[in-house]
Design a protein around this ligand. Structure first.
Ligand code: TXA
Ligand code: MG
Length: 339
């Protein structure tokens, strides 16, 4: 299959919508990461997503809507808290999990009684959904296990020959996937941290939000994941990544002691000049929003430059930085060294 990469404009958005209506899959920009979209209502279209990504069948997808009128196409028994969160954070990088609708394709929910839904804020994503007229199931548009794509070129690198069309809507402004909150249980539970923080959610909900263990810990053998996506390695570059947790001075010393061929530093901006090895940066130390925007492209750059071993500076574990730490921890296969 020939993969076309087109600037998102009225004509190419129309083409994307027509392909989606015909049961095809298309790469589209969102504010978080690029998505690989198909109609949420078509099992055969959604199956193509799993095939193109090499995604395990038991990992459910997020459906994207362009208006609250579309919400009942994906979920039912919608609690009042969902409308309050939607009012505060939609369109934007928040995904909510509720009881699934009858209509949504079984493969979207991967056998679960629940479905995930969000209203993205990227104007191109919204326009594609509106024109297609159906909710769009869209996981991140990377091959399963590799870093999520934050540019159309990243999508092309992973999906060339596998999908007919990618719309280029520029670099993603958030850079990490949406915050995922489950409203399906007794207590609202954060399943994946993102740009919308637990503190922001608690303020709107007026109650505590439980934090899933899987955010900062590896699942134990045989443990069932609340969010199946969290059990897989994920976001992993080809190099072996280790998070080095400590002051910059201790990090510098650690790299000096371990500086062999193929060693790269994944560090914060401005630190490069003090380090003895090749460096890739991901934002400023005090700017978790920059870190989020830069992390996945930094991981891809490390691969492109042939890094074998990567020692990464540690993000904080609060606010937006918690999302960055969570992704980096998976890229590092949970290897953390205290210095
Ligand atoms: O920002 C995003 O959310 C991006 C863009 C494209 O919108 N999409 C995205 O999709 O990150 P994906 O498939 O890479 O991640 C979906 C996550 C997975 O961890 C999955 O297990 C979880 O959401 N999920 C989906 N449906 C679920 C459900 N019914 N119950 C629990 N977890 C669910
Ligand atoms: Mg993903």
């Amino acid at each position: 299959m020939q993969t076309e990469l087109k600037n998102a404009d009225e004509q190419s958005i129309g083409q994307a919508a027509a392909l989606l209506q015909a049961g095809e899959i298309v790469g589209i920009p969102t504010e978080t990461v690029y998505g690989l979209a198909a109609s949420s209502l078509s099992d055969s279209a959604v199956t193509k997503i799993f095939k193109a990504k090499g995604r395990p069948q038991d990992n459910p997808l997020i459906s994207h809507i362009a208006s609250l009128e579309m919400l009942p196409m994906v979920v039912q028994d919608i609690p009042e808290s969902a409308y309050r969160l939607a009012e505060a954070f939609w369109p934007g990088p928040l995904t909510m999990i509720m009881t699934r609708s009858e209509q949504v394709a079984d493969s979207v929910c991967a056998g679960l009684p629940t479905a995930a839904v969000r209203m993205p804020s990227h104007p191109v994503a919204l326009e594609v959904i509106r024109k297609a007229g159906v909710p769009l199931a869209a996981p991140s548009a990377n091959l399963s296990g590799s870093p999520s794509p934050t540019t159309a070129q990243d999508v092309l690198a992973d999906m060339q020959g596998k999908i007919p069309l990618i719309l280029d809507g520029g670099a993603c402004s958030v850079g990490v996937e949406s915050t995922v909150i489950s409203l399906a249980g007794a207590q609202p539970t954060l399943l994946r941290p993102g740009y919308i923080t637990p503190e922001q959610l608690e303020e709107v909900l007026g109650c505590p939000v439980a934090i899933s263990d899987a955010i900062l810990n590896r699942l134990k053998d045989g443990e069932k994941a609340a969010s199946p996506g969290m059990k897989y390695k994920h976001y992993a570059p080809k190099a072996d990544v280790t998070i080095v947790n400590g002051t910059f001075d201790a990090y510098k010393d650690y790299i000096r002691e371990h500086n062999e061929k193929g060693v790269f530093a994944l560090c914060f901006e401005g630190e490069e000049e003090f380090l003895p090895c090749p460096c890739v940066t991901y934002g400023h130390e005090t700017r978790p929003d920059e870190q989020a925007r830069a992390l996945f492209s930094a991981l891809r750059e490390l691969d492109a430059r042939g890094a074998k071993t990567v020692y990464a500076r540690s993000p904080e574990k609060t606010g937006i930085a918690l999302a960055v730490y969570n992704r980096l921890l998976r890229a590092a296969a949970f290897r953390v060294t205290e210095v």
